[in-house]
Design a protein around this ligand. Structure first.
Ligand code: FAD
Length: 219
């Protein structure tokens, strides 16, 4: 579990965390269908023919923005509704913020982000912009999440296919830098490391390529 986001050792730790909490993991299988057991309990059929029943079935299927309404209204759409730095769409009377907006991030470049921090901050900027402010949206959002006792905050691109630099701070606290082809950090994961999002944001803005110096940026 977590192997698309976390580098190898941390993905193993993440996986083990679930096992340690008594969760049965069935990796590498696809869900083929929903089932209802003889006792009316919901269940799931996997592609190897195995069946699992539980009190509740929750499907985690990822999400895709629905852009039909926006494109039918004549707005420019791409991965989301395209907005400028003021979060204004191609129609001067319409703004977009949050998950649906594809916006020019000051550090990450043109992107679409599905995080609470982004929804709140871009929503506030869009509101002020609609009310006449000429401010731009300069907040590069971070992401937080928790799994059992493990918590993390992160910013930028977290993709385990990228080269990574892992700094172990001890007591299960780790900083992971995700590097692009030029060895520039494009994402920072703060695992059990708190109050460091601003430092991580600065690392991405500075984009240092010296790995030794990078390792000491967040301690
Ligand atoms: C299961 C799950 C877990 C998540 N966990 C995290 C997390 O741990 N950390 C984190 O940072 N983020 C997390 N997120 C992402 C976060 O919830 C979203 O980024 C955030 O809620 C986006 O806010 P939003 O206002 O842009 O969109 P939404 O919250 O989706 O609000 C859009 C609203 O528009 C309404 N709407 C849609 N179409 C129409 C229409 N045609 N007319 C009128 N209303 C319409 C919808 O009903 C909805 O109420 C999670 C999301 C999910 C689904």
């Amino acid at each position: 579990m977590g192997s698309t986001v976390f580098p190898g050792k941390l993905a193993d730790r993440f996986h083990q965390l679930y096992l340690d909490h008594g969760v049965t993991l069935v990796p590498g299988r696809l869900a083929k269908g929903a089932l209802v057991g003889a006792d009316q309990r919901p269940g799931v059929l996997l592609d190897d023919g195995s069946e699992y029943f539980a009190g509740v079935v929750v499907a985690g299927l990822s999400a895709k923005p629905v852009l039909d309404l926006a494109s039918e209204a004549g707005l420019e759409v791409n991965r989301g509704v395209v907005v400028d730095a003021h979060l204004k769409t191609s129609d001067p009377d319409i703004w977009a913020a949050g998950d649906i907006a594809e916006y020019p991030d000051v550090i990450l470049g043109r992107t679409r982000i599905e995080h609470v921090d982004h929804a709140q901050n871009s929503g506030a900027t869009a509101g002020r912009s609609m009310a006449g402010s000429d401010e731009t949206y300069d907040h590069t959002p971070y992401f937080w999440s928790d799994a059992f006792e493990l918590g993390w905050e992160a910013i930028g691109r977290l993709d385990a296919r990228l080269d990574t630099e892992v700094v172990e701070l001890g007591e299960g606290r780790d900083v992971v830098y995700y590097l692009d082809e030029q060895s520039r950090p494009v994402g920072v994961l703060l695992l059990g490391v708190w109050d460091s999002v601003d430092k991580a944001r600065k690392v991405l803005a500075d984009a240092p390529t010296d790995r030794e110096k990078l390792r000491s940026r967040i301690v």
